[in-house]
Design a protein around this ligand. Structure first.
Ligand code: PXP
Length: 250
């Protein structure tokens, strides 16, 4: 088992910029720049950069994606909802990987996994188009055997297991149950030869629990790292997370 890899989600660097400059995207004062953030993450050892191009462009905008594509030296993992408009943008940019996520306009962040079981018909042509462009495809799913099976049947390369429920568990009983679900889903995905990633709500505390999930290749982490960066700098925030991930036994 190799080391557990870290993808840093930089959406919230753009959130901060948009809070002030959303209506003045061309301003020379527009900051902070997510592309600068990506470069710092890479220099500190992150294995990839993650960004979510949402339909409402509330944080990351098309220009960011174009500049990330030009500048990233590790790999670009683009999160996206399965809509024709976004698929067209993504096929123009050609990121290294795409993670298909459900997307609702009202949500603050991605709230649940993709229902691959009921959306096979809509997902299949998108996965085929992405594959034809040489893009590896991940599906963001809740940790159930049904969703993992459906992801494998559709020919996905990876699943990203939704860790939000575990991360936000307020009772030990829920935590135990959710960890069990994640462990079972990871095992099943690995047996189906899917790469197993995990993400959502992972922070410097619950990383210890996350490491009890077997077969993981990559963690995608955003909010906790960008939040910590406010106090200690992005450089230290990324390095601290990488150190916390070193204990992973696979
Ligand atoms: N993975 C996926 C699929 C996501 O949608 C998100 C949120 O954008 C993340 C990981 C990162 O979650 P967080 O910001 O809670 O670390």
């Amino acid at each position: 088992m190799g080391t557990l890899r870290l993808g840093v989600n930089i959406d919230h660097v753009a959130t901060l910029r948009q809070a002030r400059y959303g209506k003045m995207p061309e301003s020379k004062n527009a900051e902070p720049d997510p592309i600068v953030a990506a470069a710092i993450c890479e220099r500190c050892g992150a294995h990839g950069i993650v960004a979510h191009l949402r339909a409402d462009r509330r944080h990351i905008i098309d220009r960011d994606i174009e500049r990330l594509r030009e500048n990233i030296m590790t790999k670009l993992n683009l999160e996206m909802g399965n809509t024709p408009e976004i698929v067209d943008v993504v096929l123009r940019i050609v990121p290294d990987e795409v993670c298909l996520v459900p997307e609702k306009r009202e949500e603050v962040t991605t709230e649940g996994g993709l229902d691959v079981v009921s959306q096979r018909k809509e997902l299949e042509p998108t996965i085929t188009r992405l594959h034809s462009a040489g893009i590896r495809v991940s599906l963001f799913v809740d940790p159930t055997l049904e969703q993992v099976d459906a992801a494998a049947e559709l020919g996905a390369d990876m699943v990203e297991l939704h860790t939000g429920k575990l991360s936000n568990a307020f009772a030990e009983k829920i935590e135990k149950q959710e960890l069990h679900n994640l462990q079972q889903a990871a095992k099943a995905a690995s047996e189906l030869k899917l790469q197993v990633n995990a993400g959502h709500g992972i922070n410097y505390t619950n990383i210890a629990l996350i490491q009890k999930i077997p077969h993981l290749t990559e963690l995608n982490i955003g909010h906790a790292i960008i939040s910590r960066a406010i106090f200690v700098g992005l450089d230290s925030a990324v390095r601290e997370m990488l150190v916390a991930m070193e204990d992973y036994k696979g």
